[in-house]
Design a protein around this ligand. Structure first.
Ligand SMILES: Nc1nc2c(ncn2[C@@H]2O[C@H](COP(=O)(O)OP(=O)(O)OP(=O)(O)O)[C@@H](O)[C@H]2O)c(=O)[nH]1
Length: 837
């Protein structure tokens, strides 16, 4: 028997199919998923991009395998299927409600012989009775009597046997569009003013699952007219099958379908409410401990102002025609202490998707000692500084007044407070005033803030595997940690022309040192776009495809996705809400820069994200070079002094080094490393462990170069660097340049911190990571320069095609791991990103 879903069960490939396939394959831009986005927005992702972005790399030609698979997979699902029930999960879909072909044919024959009413002729499973509730609940009298008669005589129609070919693939509960339109027309006609009762309450179901609208119709009022028009247009629009997404509506945090009170226009009420808040402020400050009784009822706390309805919400019919502009609202802000310092975590909702995106704001000025000094008016003195008000990264939507009844405690609990919140310090914030002029009464600062650097910003996409379990398949965890570290560090990278010249933070720091360091100030927008927008499930499947030899791009395509399905319009809106209309962006991805620019957030500078493992290799290589030079100098000096001594004593006996008890030459560094290693392991292996004894280090500094920590095989990520950096910092070389010092500082500062993510301050490195980075550079146009002699020579080839067998992959993986961790290869890997800069 033919398998039910086998291609041959549906059709065989005709020559015409092959022609279509050829044609599609020859059109690189015809990839079926590259059409407009499923929600019409001014999204940057759907705008044409200049070639400079290497956009072409992101839109590879169609994979013929995908096309062939989809052409032969049988009946296709179109947008018209969205309201149909098929697959599991729906009661109607568990079993086909469509009648087998043979049975339908016999019924049709019977219909022809004895025509019946529409409802009766609607055989079970046919489109005409798709609205089962209607069919069941309103049986016509003849149908009812027919059923009664059948029951009385126990007449059971024999069900013919069903072959696989006859069995329907999909069971639909939805009528054809023409039938639905006809029904809507009939309903509308029944609502005509003449037909309407003179004074009655009429319920007008809009369509499908749209909410019923109730209106009191005396005569045909203009409101009723308008409502009817609205309903009619809705019916027409709904007939085109806007996909119903009950699953989305049920998601936690989704705003869809949850009507909220209309927002009070902040401008109109802000002053009045702010005044009221000011008046009540003294009472709040005076009360040391808030009593539970002063907390508003939970329902009231959560009653955030609504944002415009959307196609997802679907209460507003006009929104289906033209979605409202994207709106984001910060619902909560709280302080999170991290190893890199304090971060204000902001939770945002929006009217485009059901996700809760985050903004991690690093702006210690909002929380420092000065921030709790109050002026005579009872407000923090800082607030009077125009510079502070301009620089402070505060959410406008969070700080604005949400309603006239809003209490101070409501504001404070959601995070709309200023200064450092504590048991005795609770000052609600005032609505944000943007712009140079600031609020009335703001003091002029003597600082000229024209030289102000824009904040450092990272747009980070969620990566469960990288951020929580430390996946070494990608650099996401490391990048998140690095971004927090860089922003918290606060020194300003040098200005560079925005855009294409690759820069690295390493170099930027070097140039920035000449300028006064700026306090930390920046934002990480954490977008819930797991797996570059395809979701965790598909990302996990993509990893399996990658293990079979595909790269991250072709794996996505094989799963029916774009190589990168992300959008950045929500990120831009969040930045604008925080008052960021210009930023220095931490990224290698040109698409992010373009997207922000397109959304009105100017990127004044790109700050590159160099993988730590590449930085580390450069560090080790430079160190080896330095040692090589020192060794040559020392050898020359030793030879000279030996020759001198010989000449003096007239003695030509060789000078042998002393040996230890085991017969091995006693090396101070070896002894020092032995101690250090036991320190690391006995003290739990923490990177911030007890430093080496200074005397040991100074001995080590003069030891043989063969005792390099790396060559000694102490290769746990970071530990080798820790030893190296301690070694270096304990014995500063008078000849070291600023840049070298800076590298060491970098390594030190990274490793002294335990890091903010699972990756922490350590390094991500693996064969998969190298392949991933390479694909991002070569196929996705990321602005990173691959190191020379990249591991692809040794690693399994990236890209589609037969991958290595498990054994083979293991062997190669070992080689590459050796190449990445081994001494010789390590020092031969330059950090070309840094060099390019
Ligand atoms: N589909 C897919 N997504 C991945 C894979 N590896 C990581 N990701 C996701 O990719 C996202 C990070 O994007 P990247 O392309 O690594 O980097 P980027 O953010 O575009 O660029 P940078 O700003 O330079 O870091 C996260 O959402 C990860 O979950 C993969 O193999 N397949």
């Amino acid at each position: 028997m033919q398998p039910r879903n086998s291609p041959a069960a549906h059709h065989s490939v005709a020559p015409g199919d092959l022609e279509v396939l050829d044609m599609l394959c020859s059109m690189p831009s015809s990839f079926p998923h590259s059409g407009p986005s499923n929600y019409a927005s001014a999204s940057s992702a759907s705008k044409p991009r200049p070639l400079s972005t290497l956009n072409a790399l992101r839109r590879p030609p169609i994979d013929p395998m995908v096309l062939a698979a989809s052409l032969s997979s049988g009946p296709h699902v179109t947008r018209h299927h969205f309201h149909h029930s098929f697959g599991s999960g729906d009661e109607h879909a568990k079993q086909s409600t469509q009648m087998p072909a043979s049975q339908r044919a016999s019924l049709q024959k019977r219909d022809e012989q004895q025509p019946r009413s529409r409802k009766l002729s609607a055989a079970s499973g046919s489109y005409a009775n798709c609205d089962l509730d209607e069919f069941d609940s309103q049986p016509t009298s003849s149908a009812a009597s027919a059923t009664a008669t059948q029951a009385a005589h126990h007449v059971v129609e024999p069900v013919p046997e069903v072959t696989d070919e006859e069995r329907a693939m999909y069971a639909s509960r939805q009528a054809p569009r023409s039938v639905r339109l006809q029904r809507e027309r009939e309903k509308l006609q029944s609502l005509q003013p003449s037909a309407a009762p003179s004074s009655a309450t009429v319920t007008v179901p809009a369509s499908g699952d749209a909410a019923a609208t109730t209106t009191t119709a005396g005569a045909a009022t203009p409101v009723a007219e308008a409502k009817r028009d609205e309903v009619k247009s809705a019916a027409d629009i709904r007939a085109s099958d806007e996909p119903a997404r009950p699953d989305l509506e049920r998601q936690p945090g989704n705003l869809a379908g949850k009507p909220m009170p209309m927002p009070v226009t902040a401008n109109a009420n802000a002053n009045a409410v702010a005044k009221a808040l000011d008046e009540r402020k003294a009472a709040v400050v005076a009360s040391a401990t808030p009593s539970l009784g002063s907390l508003p009822a939970p329902g009231i706390v959560s009653a955030a102002p609504s944002i415009p309805s959307t196609p997802l919400n679907r209460p507003n019919i006009s929104s289906i025609v033209r979605p409202p502009p994207l709106a984001v609202r910060c619902h909560a802000r709280t302080r999170i202490p991290t190893p890199h310092g304090e971060i204000f975590c902001h939770l945002y909702r929006n009217n485009y998707d059901a996700k809760e995106h985050l903004a991690l704001v690093i702006d210690p000025a909002q929380n420092d000692d000065d921030s709790v000094v109050l002026g005579q008016d009872g407000r923090p003195l800082k607030e009077r500084s125009r510079r502070y008000r301009k620089r402070a990264l505060r959410s406008k939507t969070l700080d604005e007044v949400w309603g006239p009844q809003e209490s101070e405690m409501e504001r404070i609990v959601r995070g709309a407070y200023v200064g450092r919140l504590g048991p005795s310090f609770q000052v609600p914030s005032l609505p944000v005033h943007r712009g140079r002029d600031g609020p009335a009464g703001a003091d002029d600062d003597d600082d000229d803030d024209d030289d102000e650097e824009p904040p450092l910003v990272r747009i980070h996409s969620e990566c469960y595997t990288g951020e929580t379990i430390g996946s070494q398949r990608c650099d996401c965890g490391e990048q998140l940690d690095e971004a927090i570290r860089l922003i918290s560090e606060g020194s300003a990278p040098a200005k560079a022309s925005a855009g294409d010249s690759p820069s690295s933070h390493g170099h930027a720091h070097g140039r920035a040192r000449a300028r006064a360091p700026l306090p930390p100030r920046g934002v990480i927008v954490y977008l819930r776009q797991e797996g570059r927008g395809i979701g965790l499930l598909d990302k996990l499947m993509a990893y399996n495809l990658q293990d079979m030899g595909h790269d991250t791009v072709s794996a996505n395509i094989l799963l029916g996705h774009l190589p990168d399905a992300r959008k950045y319009d929500i990120a831009s809106a969040i930045l604008r809400d925080l008052g960021v209309d210009e930023c220095r962006l931490l990224t290698n991805n040109p698409e992010k820069m373009e997207a922000l620019e397109a959304e009105g957030v100017h990127v004044s500078e790109r700050v590159g994200m160099v993988p730590r493992v590449w930085k580390y290799r450069k560090f080790v290589r430079d160190k080896a070079k330095k040692k090589e030079k020192a060794r040559a100098r020392a050898a020359a000096a030793a030879a000279a002094s030996k020759a001198k001594a010989k000449a003096k004593l007239g003695d030509d006996r060789p000078v042998r080094p002393r040996k230890g008890a085991d017969g091995v030459e006693a090396s101070p560094l070896r002894a020092a490393l032995h101690h250090r290693r036991s320190d690391l392991f006995s003290a739990g292996g923490g990177l911030g462990g007890v430093p080496m004894d200074a005397s040991m280090i100074s001995q080590a500094a003069s030891a043989s170069e063969d005792d390099d920590p790396v060559s000694l095989g102490l290769r746990h990520q970071g530990e080798d660097v820790l030893l190296d950096s301690q070694y270096a910092s304990a014995s500063p070389s008078p000849s070291s340049s600023d840049d070298e010092d800076e590298e060491e500082e970098y390594i030190n500062s990274v490793l002294r911190k335990s890091g903010a993510t699972m990756i922490g301050g350590s390094i991500t490195k693996s064969v998969e990571l190298e392949r991933y980075l390479r694909t991002k550079v070569e196929r996705m146009g990321h602005l990173l320069t691959l190191p020379d002699g990249q591991v692809h020579d040794e690693a399994p080839a990236a890209g589609p095609g037969p991958g290595p067998g498990p054994g083979q992959a293991d062997g190669e993986a070992e080689d590459v791991a050796e190449a990445m961790g081994g001494e010789a290869e390590l020092v031969s890997q330059p950090n070309s990103e840094d060099e390019a800069a």
